[in-house]
Design a protein around this ligand. Sequence first.
Ligand code: ZN
Length: 143
Amino acid sequence: MKRVLGDNWVLPALDDDNRAFFTSGKLVVQQCSQCEKFQHAPEDICQSCQSFELHNFESQGQGKVESVAVVDHAIHPSLKDKVPYAIVAVSVDDAPGVLIVGNVIGKAPDDIRIGDNVSVVFEEVDDERSGERLTIPQWQAVQ
Ligand SMILES: [Zn+2]
């Protein structure tokens, strides 16, 4: 898949906490081994109980649009040919409490609605800085 926001848009900086999310080719969120709550974005501590015992949970990748914003103004020169585009926050069906921000492909920005069902797809891009192949989660509409 071509990158939604283009090849010149910035890539995430990988660390030990977010590597699985950006490189596994699966929709991976953190789950606390103590209180079993899910969380995203990844970090080294549970936001609910402050445990450091977190593991990766592999979601089935289905979700629902909870929020949508359409961007009409390019905030960076590399985005000038990409506007308008939509930014969505998606709740993940099998990871309650998690919201993942991304873009929706294959649907006009003004046609995306809160409540739309979406499934994860992945942008694949080689990160020259880390030497790793990134699989960046994005969303596609489910009919
Ligand atoms: Zn916890």
